[in-house]
Design a protein. Structure first.
Length: 247
């Protein structure tokens, strides 16, 4: 299975996908490659697809939105890779169920289709969307996502700010609460970071400004800082336990 899971698609001061363009081009296959784009995390599917197309066609990658044909599932068969874009994770997962893409993606990626996600699209690669940052603006049939990795991911991970006067929960507090109810590792990906999974190996990478790419949360342990290039392959053998009927 080949996965490229980005924390974010837009970095401060850079254009869309500009901060990871070389990595994305290499993952998708470079010039002449065909990319199926899943735009369902945002309401404007055409505009979203045009944004991805404008970013990737200059490096020779042709982009087609799965909504542009009569059958979104059929679009996967004509592609070298699929990109599931960011936005609202609840809206995205609901659409994957509604269009049949959830089961189709699970089958196609396990059969060799390369999967790239950003933000909400990265959340989809985990077993559930329970560690998303998003508001539940719609109710999907289930919290169960694609399950390409057996651990949870928290894109856009933000460190606690000791100087902040905000007294609400920090991201660390919320992930700790998740671990109180569920025994499964959570990988926090800071802005500019990504997780690459290939041939049974998982590596966190990227160089966020002023910080390490990731932070790993486990039940009963202090969060662990992850430097660029950290091998997380052991997590691929995780046995998640969710407080989730039917999971």
């Amino acid at each position: 299975m080949e996965l490229l899971l980005l924390s974010n698609s837009t970095q401060h001061g850079r254009g869309y996908l500009e901060h990871v363009l070389d990595t994305v081009a290499g993952f998708v296959g470079g010039s002449g490659s065909r990319l199926a784009f899943v735009p369902y995390a945002l309401a404007d599917h055409d505009g979203y697809t045009d944004r991805v197309r404008a970013a990737l066609e200059p490096v020779g990658i042709s982009v087609r939105g799965v909504h542009e044909g009569a059958d979104p599932v059929a679009e996967l068969a004509a592609a070298d890779a699929v990109f599931v874009g960011g936005g609202n994770s609840f809206r995205l997962l609901g659409a994957l169920y509604r269009t049949g893409l959830r089961d189709a993606l699970r089958a196609a990626v396990r059969d060799g289709l390369r999967y790239m996600g950003a933000s909400a699209g990265t959340n989809m690669a985990a077993p559930t969307l329970r560690t998303t940052n998003d508001m539940p603006i719609v109710q999907p049939p289930s919290f169960e996502a694609l399950g390409f990795v057996p651990f949870q991911i928290n894109p856009h991970y933000l460190d606690p700010d000791p100087s902040s006067t905000h007294k609400g929960e920090t991201r660390e507090v919320r992930l700790t609460e998740f671990l109180e109810e569920n025994d499964v590792p959570v990988l926090g990906l800071r802005e500019g970071a990504w997780l690459r999974v290939s041939d049974g190996r998982a590596v966190v990478d990227g160089v966020p400004e002023g910080a390490r790419p990731g932070r790993l949360f486990r039940r009963g342990a202090e969060p662990a800082e992850l430097a660029a290039g950290t091998d997380l392959s052991e997590l691929l053998a995780a046995q998640p336990r969710f407080d989730c009927p039917g999971y």
